[in-house]
Design a protein around this ligand. Structure first.
Ligand SMILES: [Fe+2]
Ligand SMILES: [Fe+2]
Length: 248
């Protein structure tokens, strides 16, 4: 099925509650961190995947690469407006953005095939986060426009989940490259997301509140179980005959 490119524009409300996910500082800053860091990551993905387009002549992958690029460009555009909102709320974003720039610049210095493998690995992790966004009650009491934006993004991530992996396969089917890409993807996502979440919690003077740590534990270990679910999700990626489309 072709990847649909939808023209969307989310009209963000003039004022957004400081803790826009059910009054929870942890959940809010976790997703604030995503809003903040996604644009640069998605532009990096677009650059690498798009650079392979001239070598891919067969459909449907060629069409799907185009769909991937257009979807990710729209995601980046919609999330980019959120940085300004956080600045208006008084957050200093330099530390998070500098860490992200440094990580992306470090990746850029590596072989382009490894960058592509890291993108395929990250896209695999994105599927897991998308499932949590769509199927848990994590965002049940979130600000409606921001909730809709995240759900739209999650749906499109699931829609294009095979593209980066299939592009990687046209370049190299080296198993070690795939494993290295997943390892880099996990380190990048977990490192950046946690660093930014803790930084924003600290600036919000909520870092040492028991509720924030309890919700952090619930998200990673006991309720949404993201960390526990990441382990089998990664093992599945490491199966020799893995393909993203095999997962429902
Ligand atoms: Fe995206
Ligand atoms: Fe994606």
């Amino acid at each position: 099925m072709a990847i649909a490119v939808r023209a969307v524009q989310f009209d963000l409300p003039a004022s957004i509650d400081r803790h826009w996910i059910s009054g929870s500082p942890f959940k809010t800053h976790l997703f604030n961190s995503l809003h903040l860091t996604l644009p640069a990551v998605e532009h990096w993905m677009i650059r690498h995947v798009k650079s392979r387009l001239k070598y891919i002549t067969a459909d449907p992958l060629r069409q799907n690469v185009r769909g991937f690029v257009l979807q990710e460009a729209q995601h980046a555009e919609q999330h980019a407006r959120f940085g300004q909102i956080l600045r208006q709320q008084g957050y200093e974003l330099k530390a998070c953005l500098q860490m992200e720039d440094w990580l992306l610049a470090s990746l850029q210095r590596l072989d382009w095939r490894l960058n592509l493998a890291a993108i395929a690995g990250m896209e695999h992790l994105t599927v897991l986060l998308s499932e949590v966004v769509l199927h848990s009650d994590l965002l049940a009491a979130a600000e409606p426009t921001l909730k809709a934006m995240l759900e739209w993004h999650a749906i499109e991530e699931i829609e294009h989940k095979s593209v980066a992996y299939e592009v990687l396969q046209t370049v190299s089917q080296n198993y070690l490259l795939r494993v290295a890409g997943l390892a880099i993807g996990c380190a990048f996502v977990l490192g950046l997301l946690n660093r930014c979440t803790l930084t924003l919690l600290h600036q919000d003077r909520c870092l040492w509140r028991w509720a924030a740590w309890r919700e952090m534990g619930q998200f990673w270990l006991t309720k949404e179980k993201m960390l526990l679910r990441t382990v089998p999700h990664c093992f599945w990626y490491l199966q020799p005959n893995f393909h993203p489309a095999a997962h429902g």
